[in-house]
Write a protein that binds this ligand. Structure first.
Ligand SMILES: NC(=O)c1ccc[n+]([C@@H]2O[C@H](COP(=O)([O-])OP(=O)(O)OC[C@H]3O[C@@H](n4cnc5c(N)ncnc54)[C@H](OP(=O)(O)O)[C@@H]3O)[C@@H](O)[C@H]2O)c1
Length: 369
C-alpha cells in the first residue's frame, strides 16, 4: 500500500490517502515545529503521494492553518489536496492557546450556527482559500441541538463553502442522530468520525465503530502512536526528555501505565519480528483495523514522518494482529457484552449466527479477540 492508494472517505466521493497528515505540531509551541521544519514535513508527505491534510483553527493559535495554506500555495496544489480543518474550541479559552482566566466570548466556540459561520470565515482567511474540503466539528459542545448542527453545516455544503463535513470527539449517538436526520431529510450528512484510537486507546470500538459502519462514516484515528508512546522511545525507568510526553500532557491522561507498558512490550516483539520500528508496527495495526478509513499521522520532524509513512508498506500477519489485539483488548462494555457469541446462541436456538458484515459485533470481536 502507498499513500496514493486512495480510498473514499465514508459513503462519499471524497478520495483520500490511507494516512492523513496531521498538522497540530505546525507552528510555535512546546512540542511544535518551526516554519522550515513544518515545510519539510509537508514536502515529505506530498512527495510520498499524500493528498490529505488536517489542521484546526486552534492549532498553534491559528499558525498551523496559516502555514498549511502557505505550503499548499507554494506547491500550487489546492486542487489536488483534500484540505480539512476544524471549528469548536473557543479561541480565547483553549488549553492549547493563551488562556485568559474566563471572560471570553461565548459566541467564539461551540457548534452553534453563529460560531460556525464566524469560525469558518477565520479559517478561510488563514488558509488563503475560498472553500474547505472537509469541515470538522472538533468536539461536541453538549448544548447545540443536533438539528441545528446538521442545518448549519448542510447549508454551508449547499453554499459551496465546504464540500463535506464530519464530527470529531463526540458520543456515537450524536453522529448517528445527525446521519439519521440527514438521510431522512435528504440533506448532506457527516461522512467521517475523528477519534482517539490506538493500541492503547480502543474504547471507541464498542459504540463508535458500529455506528460509523451503519451510518456510512469512515473512522479516522487521531494519536495512533499515543502521542509518541508507541514509538518505544519512553521506557519504564526513564520518561524524561524524549518528546511531547516528557512534559505536561495537554490531553490530561498519562500514557505511562502498567497496562500500556505491557502493550508496548508486545508491540516491540512484533516490530523485532518484522525488523521495523515499533511506531511503524503500531501504525500498520491501526491502518489494518476494519472500519478505519484514513489514519492521522503527526510528526515534529521530517525524519519522523518519513519513517511513519514507510509503515504503509508493512503487513502484519494474522498471528501478529491477533497477539496485538489480545494484549490491548478493551474492557468489556455494556454494549459490547450484548453482541458476544453466548448471547447470539441464546437468541438463535444454540447457533452462533453471524450477521451481515459482522453486524453488531465490534471489530475486535469480528477479528476473534
Ligand atoms: N480531533 C482531535 O481532538 C485531535 C486530537 C489530537 C490530534 N488530532 C489530529 O491527529 C494528528 C496526529 O495526532 P498526534 O500528533 O497526537 O499523533 P501521534 O502519532 O500519536 O503522535 C505524534 C508525535 O509522536 C512523536 N513521533 C511521531 N513519529 C515518531 C517517530 N517515528 N519517532 C519518534 N517520535 C515520533 C512526535 O512527538 P515528539 O517528537 O514530541 O515526541 C509526534 O509529534 C494531529 O496532528 C491532529 O491533526 C486530533
Amino acid at each position: 500500500m502507498s499513500l496514493s492508494q486512495y480510498r473514499a472517505l465514508g459513503r462519499s466521493g471524497l478520495v483520500v490517502s490511507p494516512l492523513c497528515l496531521g498538522t497540530m505540531t505546525f507552528g510555535p509551541g512546546e512540542w511544535g515545529a518551526d516554519e522550515a521544519t513544518s515545510r519539510e514535513i509537508f514536502r515529505a508527505y506530498r512527495e510520498a503521494g499524500g493528498n490529505f491534510v488536517d489542521t484546526a483553527d486552534i492549532y498553534s493559535g491559528g499558525a498551523s492553518e496559516e502555514l498549511v495554506g502557505r505550503f499548499i500555495k507554494e506547491a500550487g496544489a489546492r486542487d489536488e489536496i483534500v484540505l480539512a480543518t476544524k471549528f469548536g474550541f473557543n479561541d480565547s479559552s483553549s488549553p492549547l492557546t493563551a488562556s485568559p482566566e474566563g471572560g471570553g466570548n461565548p459566541h467564539a466556540g461551540g457548534a452553534g450556527s453563529k460560531n460556525i459561520h464566524r469560525a469558518l470565515e477565520g479559517s478561510l482567511k488563514r488558509l488563503g482559500t475560498d472553500y474547505i474540503d472537509l469541515y470538522w466539528m472538533h468536539i461536541w459542545d453538549g448544548v447545540t441541538p443536533v438539528e441545528e448542527i446538521v442545518q448549519t453545516l448542510g447549508d454551508l455544503v449547499r453554499a459551496g463553502k465546504i464540500r463535506h463535513y464530519a464530527f470529531s470527539d463526540m458520543p456515537a449517538w450524536v453522529a448517528m442522530k445527525a446521519a439519521t436526520i440527514a438521510s431522512e431529510r435528504r440533506v448532506p450528512g457527516p461522512i467521517a468520525m475523528q477519534l482517539e484510537y490506538s493500541l492503547v486507546a480502543r474504547g471507541v470500538e464498542a459504540e463508535h465503530f458500529p455506528a460509523a459502519r451503519e451510518a456510512g462514516m469512515g473512522v479516522m484515528p487521531w494519536s495512533p502512536l499515543a502521542g509518541g508512546f508507541l514509538t518505544g522511545k519512553y521506557g519504564r525507568e526513564d520518561t524524561s526528555d524524549k518528546g511531547r510526553l516528557s512534559g505536561a500532557n495537554p490531553f490530561g491522561d498519562s500514557k505511562f501505565t502498567e497496562r500500556n507498558w505491557k502493550i508496548l512490550d508486545a508491540l516491540k516483539e512484533v516490530a523485532a519480528e518484522l525488523d521495523c520500528a515499533p511506531a511503524q508496527a503500531a501504525l500498520a495495526w491501526a491502518v489494518a483495523r476494519p472500519g478505519v478509513a484514513s489514519t492521522l499521522v503527526g510528526a515534529r520532524t521530517a525524519r519522523q514522518i518519513e519513517s511513519n509513512i514507510a509503515a504503509t508498506e508493512l503487513r502484519l500477519s494474522e498471528d501478529q494482529m491477533e497477539r496485538l489485539n489480545a494484549v490491548s483488548a478493551p474492557e468489556e462494555s455494556f454494549s459490547s457484552s450484548l453482541t458476544g457469541p453466548a448471547i447470539r446462541k441464546m437468541l438463535y436456538g444454540g447457533h452462533d449466527v453471524i450477521g451481515l458484515a459482522g453486524l453488531g459485533a465490534p471489530p475486535s470481536r469480528a477479528r476473534g479477540s
